[in-house]
Design a protein around this ligand. Structure first.
Ligand SMILES: [Zn+2]
Ligand SMILES: [Zn+2]
Length: 267
């Protein structure tokens, strides 16, 4: 394999419950050596135009990085990440998503079916944040056999790395279940970052025979590759962790008060 890509495919900007602007995310990702970075705000795509132009600016300055437009949709079963080949598709799809409400999983899959996209099921079996259980995951793969072909599983979620050991064990159980049940899905480590500290905490190294030039090439690679190596890239200090969590918690509080985490005007 000629090319290797360090990918972080799950993270939030200040358009949902994160701290950074899309541009800060792109710049930091490049600075720490990430070659493919996705933006996946909760139920909205307000930051994607800014994200796309910041990635373009980096590339114009000779800095190679690929941006993947995405969204993390809240469903009644759990969160689900959709990665698209272009911003237009992601934005158009997001018009069908109810913000901060439990979207019907079947409808989400149906509405996304016309797009070239890749799905990642994040933070499986992690309570309180809207997660698939092992049971609902099995049901999902049974119910949507076609989607199963282009769905990956997040086995390391940066935000849950400090969780009690019994929860981290579930990551291992997921790897086991993936084999045992014959799903054989690609496995990912993502950061799920909410501030600059979190970016790149979890990354997946994916190899390719061909050079990946844009999001379209990358979605194709995800659909055809046998997966990558999911790993933890850095360990956060206590202060960095506190910053990360403070944004998640303030997002939860905002949701309780205003009914949504998302902000159209972040400042
Ligand atoms: Zn989530
Ligand atoms: Zn997330």
């Amino acid at each position: 394999m000629k090319y290797s890509y360090t990918c972080d495919l799950h993270g939030h900007s200040y358009y949902s419950d994160g701290k950074c602007s899309p541009e800060e995310i792109s710049n930091i990702a490049f600075d720490i050596g990430i070659s493919v970075i996705a933006l996946t705000d909760h139920d909205i795509t307000y930051g994607l135009d800014e994200f796309e132009s910041s990635i373009k600016k980096l590339n114009e300055n000779g800095k190679n990085i690929i941006g993947i437009p995405g969204i993390e949709v809240t469903t009644e079963v759990g969160h689900i990440i959709l990665l698209f080949e272009d911003t237009k598709d992601a934005k158009e799809f997001s018009e069908t998503v109810h913000i901060e409400q439990k979207n019907d999983l079947k409808t989400v899959i149906k509405n996304s079916s016309k797009y070239n996209k890749y799905i990642i099921i994040p933070h499986v079996e992690i309570p309180y944040i809207g997660s698939f259980s092992f049971e609902s995951l099995a049901k999902f793969f049974k119910e949507f056999p076609k989607e199963m072909l282009h769905t990956g599983l997040e086995i390391i979620n940066g935000e849950s790395l400090t969780m009690p050991k019994f929860l981290l064990k579930k990551h291992k159980t997921l790897i086991h279940k993936n084999q045992q049940s014959g799903w054989n899905r690609n496995l990912f480590a993502n950061s799920d970052h909410h501030s600059k500290h979190g970016i790149g905490v979890g990354v997946t190294e994916i190899k390719s025979e061909k050079e990946i030039k844009n999001a379209k090439d990358f979605i194709h690679l995800l659909k055809t590759s046998k997966g990558g190596v999911a790993k933890t890239q850095k360990i956060l200090s206590k202060t960095e962790l506190l910053t990360e969590y403070s944004y998640i918690i303030s997002g939860v509080i905002r949701k309780k008060i205003f009914g949504r985490r998302a902000r159209k005007n972040p400042l």
